[in-house]
Structure formats: structure tokens, C-alpha cells
Design a protein around this ligand. Structure first.
Ligand code: EPU
Length: 492
């Protein structure tokens, strides 16, 4: 099948990005085929070999201004939502991070035309007049769980979809059962085959293949589950009521975009969403909200290093829980205006217990960063992780750096302040990496963070942004895994 997207070649270090991996293959001439395949093999070998690291020399107070990029977790569903219409959708403020490039590739694989003027890009134009390939293949899903977000739009538009099961990841099992049971309530028939979710609406013709409105009560609050079913419901036959929905700003941003496309939705920002299905959605233009996790990470960076950071292009309202907790821990944070925050450290940091919760509570995506701060606070901080069962992978690495902490199931007990010293540590997931970067910023000597491809999935230009405010951090293009034996975490 022929892909319609343009080839975009860009740089992440020296890596090439090509939206049309699948589509481009069919355009190759037979004579050039073998040569191209060899080049592809070499490129893939090169990719496998390269394993960048960060080298941080800690001890610098960060001072200056940082501009926050668009929210990864908003941009992902927003891009998937472009599958709901045959018309052109322009999306702005897309963060220049790897996951969004993967989403671009996935949409192209499905036959959408994804256009950008540079790579990586913050403005995307997506057009999907036809979708000839309703599939999210394993190769793309395995690198980005958010690929599951294409299931709802595909089912809404085509009544059929084949999406690879995401499987577990470093932070927990992360099932998608709630997405699937909601689609079944809406009339989908779902089977699992060879690691794929195969879903279809029984019946013939466009009318027969339409999902029907349903009353869904999510057993557990799920962010991508809410987003997937919300998108599915926009084109369903009749009204859908979703209860116990996620209220994250990223869900609200998706509602705003869908409404611009002609969707009829009520209840945004609340736990109950009411969607009246329409026959068709139209094209639109949308700017994604600022990344509250990136902003929160820089708030911690300012506080932990005793610096003075002005954080612009952010949404202070989305930071309430993080601001309150950091203030309790001794950081001085001011809201300068509607899009600007200022954080000043310098005062003694003090222990403050923290429990992760769904929005508007303290985000699980900020837990590792907060743990780094807790290592520097005087007293004992209890950190309780309620969202994911295995999100303390950074703990053993922080212990390697000298943190005084122990784990008890879903609770971490951190005693501070501890004098951290630079070590070789390994990133295990996106937010764990951010926690280790923050720990490295206050450690004495050199910290080497291995496997930073995790951080490249979700933080735009983190090295450049940190350097601009005085951090001594550099990316080292390395090879090999740099695997080391991990330090056992004491269990209380
Ligand atoms: N869950 C189920 N069944 C489901 C869905 C979820 O049991 O069908 C459980 C999960 O296992 C978890 C809890 O419900 O224990 C919440 O998971 P949720 O579905 O809300 O997580 P998600 O939608 O997969 C999004 C973000 C995550 C963020 C979580 C929680 C995106 C693309 N991802 O994941 O972001 O941690 O919500 O806020 O929006 C990150 O950016 O680093 C990241 C992991």
C-alpha cells in the first residue's frame, strides 16, 4: 500500500526521521531496492549501536528564563483525533520530542498525509481523506504506548481497527481493559489475536459500522481511556455518557479541539462527559496546551539548586498541586502573570509527604522529580505512589548517588538532606530520567545518565534548556548499553 505522507528527514543527534517508512518502500524502483535495503540495515545498525548519555557536573544554581514547550500528553491525542475527519487539521505547539514523531509515523502508516516544514517540528498538518490501513503495528506501538489512542478514532470513523497490544512497561502492567470494555458497550466486537486487538462494529456499509452511544462508568480513572472513548463517541450513533472520567488538562484540551471539529460535548473538566454523536467532523486548527510536567520539572530544578528561574509559556493553573507541595517544602514560587511562574530556592528545604493522585492532585509524572527534591530536604518525606504499581525504578539509582531512602510497597521513605555524589546511573523511563537529571544537578562531581533515549521521548531540548540557565550538562553520543549492577533498595 502506498503511503501518502512526505518524507521528513531531520536530526535528533545524528538520527534520521522518516514519516513514511512504510509508504516510501513501495515507491522504490526495483534496481535501487537492494541498495536501499542495505542502507536501511546500516542505518538501523547504527541506531542500535548509539546510546546517548548525559554528563552532568552538579552544584550550579540555575538562573534565568525557560520557555515551556507544548504538552506531549496533549499533542498525542490531538494528533490521533485528526483521524476522525477527512479534512485538514493543523496542530501547533507540538513538542519536538520523539513520541510525536512516532505518532506522525503511525498516522502516515494508516495512510494519512502528515506534513511538516522542518524536523523535528512544532507545527503539523494532518489530512486523512482516506484511511486504507486501520492498523497500529507492533513496531510502532512497542516504542510508544500512546499508539492505543488511535483505536477510538479508527473505530469511530471506519468501524474497524487492528491495534497491537501495548503490553507492560517499566512503570507497571498498564492494561487497556477499560478502553476495550467501553468500546464493547458501544457495540464493538473485540478479539485478541497474535498480540493484536482486533475490533469491529458488526454490520454492512457505513451505517452498519457505526458505534452506538452508551453509558460507560470507568471502574478506574484512566487518562488515555477517557480520551479514546471520548473520540470514539464523537461519531457514534446517539448519546454517550462517560462517568468517572479523567479530568486532566490534556483531556480538556482534547475536548476543546473536538468541539472545534464540530463534536457535541458537555462536561469538560468534570468527571462526567456527555457526547452527542454527529455524522461527520470537520477540519480545524488547534494549539496544544503547555506541558505542565515540563514546567513542574523546571520548578523543582529551580528549587533544588537554590536558583532563580522564570518559567514562561506555562499554565500556572495546571500547576496548583505541584506549587503547593513545593511551597510546603520551602521553595518560593510566585505567579508572575497568566503564563509565567518564578521559582526561587535558597531557603532550607524541609521534608513534606506527598501522595500521587489523579488531576487535580499531585501528578504521578512528577513523582520522580519530587523524590530528587526530597533527598535534599531536611527530615523524612513519605512519598506514596497510588497510580502505577512500579514507579520507583529511579530509587535504586538515587541510592547509588548517596540518597538515604527505602521502599515499602508503594511508599518511599526519604531521609534528608543527603550529600549526593556523581555516579553512573541508568534511566528506566521518561520521568525517572528527569528525576535523575535533577539529582545530578545537585550532586558533587560528575553524574553520567545512561539510556537517555527515554528522556528524548518527552522533554524537548532538555540539555539546551538547562544549559541556557547555567547547568553544566552535556549530551555524549555513546555506544553500548553501559549496563551496571543496580543497588538493592532497602525495604522497610
Ligand atoms: N488502568 C487499568 N485499565 C485500563 C487503563 C488503565 O487498569 O484500561 C490503570 C493503569 O494500569 C494505572 C491507572 O489505571 O494503574 C491509570 O492509568 P491511565 O490509563 O490513566 O494511564 P495512561 O492513560 O496509560 C497517561 C499518561 C501517562 C501518565 C498517566 C497517569 C499519556 C500518553 N500518558 O497514561 O504519562 O502517567 O496517564 O496520569 O497521556 C508520561 O508522560 O511519562 C506518562 C507515563
Amino acid at each position: 500500500m502506498r503511503g501518502r505522507g512526505g518524507i521528513c528527514v531531520g536530526l535528533w543527534g545524528s538520527e534520521e526521521t522518516d514519516f513514511t517508512q512504510r509508504g516510501a518502500e513501495t515507491q522504490r524502483t526495483q534496481s535501487g531496492e537492494r541498495k536501499r535495503k542495505e542502507q536501511d540495515k546500516e542505518r538501523k545498525k547504527g541506531k542500535k549501536k548509539r546510546m546517548d548519555k548525559f554528563l552532568i557536573r552538579g552544584g550550579k544554581a540555575l538562573r534565568g528564563t525557560v520557555a515551556i514547550s507544548g504538552a506531549k500528553n496533549s499533542a498525542l491525542p490531538v494528533m490521533a483525533a485528526a483521524l476522525l475527519t477527512a479534512e485538514k487539521v493543523a496542530v501547533h505547539n507540538i513538542p519536538k520530542v520523539r513520541d510525536l514523531v512516532t505518532m506522525g509515523k503511525l498516522l502516515t502508516f494508516m495512510d494519512a498525509k502528515v506534513s511538516v516544514t522542518e524536523m523535528p517540528a512544532s507545527d503539523y498538518v494532518i489530512e486523512a481523506p482516506t484511511l486504507r490501513h486501520a492498523e497500529a503495528p507492533y513496531e510502532l506501538v512497542k516504542t510508544m504506548r500512546a499508539s492505543i489512542l488511535t483505536l477510538g478514532p479508527l473505530m469511530a470513523r471506519l468501524g474497524v481497527a487492528r491495534v497491537s497490544l501495548p503490553g507492560g512497561c517499566a512503570i507497571g502492567a498498564r492494561p487497556v481493559d477499560l478502553h476495550l470494555s467501553a468500546l464493547e458497550k458501544m457495540g464493538a466486537e473485540i478479539t485478541m489475536s497474535h498480540g493484536y486487538i482486533e475490533a469491529k462494529v458488526p454490520g454492512n456499509g457505513a451505517k452498519g459500522r457505526r458505534l452506538k452511544g452508551a453509558h460507560v462508568v470507568f471502574e478506574k480513572i484512566t487518562v488515555t481511556g477517557t480520551e479514546n472513548i471520548l473520540m470514539a463517541a464523537t461519531l457514534a450513533d446517539g448519546e454517550t455518557i462517560l462517568e468517572n472520567c479523567a479530568r486532566e488538562p490534556e483531556v480538556t484540551d482534547l475536548v476543546a479541539m473536538l468541539r472545534k471539529m464540530g463534536a457535541q460535548i458537555e462536561g469538560d473538566g468534570t468527571a462526567t462527559l456527555r457526547i452527542r454523536g454527529v455524522r461527520e467532523l470537520h477540519g480545524t486548527e488547534h494549539r496544544v496546551i503547555p506541558d505542565r510536567i515540563e514546567a513542574g520539572t523546571f520548578l523543582v530544578a529551580g528549587a533544588i539548586t537554590g536558583g532563580d528561574l522564570t518559567i514562561t509559556h506555562c499554565e500556572p493553573e495546571h500547576q496548583s498541586a505541584v506549587i503547593a507541595k513545593l511551597q510546603e517544602a520551602g521553595a518560593c514560587i510566585e505567579t508572575i502573570d497568566k503564563t509565567t511562574l518564578r521559582v526561587r530556592g535558597g531557603k532550607k528545604l524541609v521534608a513534606a509527604d506527598m501522595t500521587t493522585e489523579e488531576y487535580p492532585g499531585f501528578a504521578t509524572d512528577m513523582q520522580a522529580q519530587y523524590m530528587a527534591l526530597a533527598t535534599q530536604a531536611e527530615g523524612t518525606s513519605m512519598i506514596t505512589e497510588t497510580i502505577f504499581e512500579n514507579r520507583f525504578m529511579h530509587a535504586s539509582e538515587m541510592i547509588r548517588m548517596g540518597a538515604n531512602l527505602s521502599l515499602d510497597g508503594r511508599r518511599a521513605v526519604v531521609r534528608g538532606p543527603a550529600a549526593l555524589s556523581g555516579s553512573i546511573v541508568q534511566a528506566s523511563d521518561l520521568r525517572a530520567s528527569a528525576g535523575l537529571v535533577l539529582a545530578g544537578l545537585v550532586a558533587s562531581g560528575e553524574t553520567v545518565i545512561d539510556r537517555v533515549y527515554h528522556i528524548d521521548r518527552g522533554y524537548e531540548g532538555i540539555v539546551e534548556k538547562l544549559r541556557a540557565v547555567g547547568a553544566d550538562i552535556e549530551r555524549v553520543h555513546g555506544s553500548g548499553s553501559g549496563v551496571h549492577a543496580s543497588v538493592p533498595v532497602p525495604v522497610t
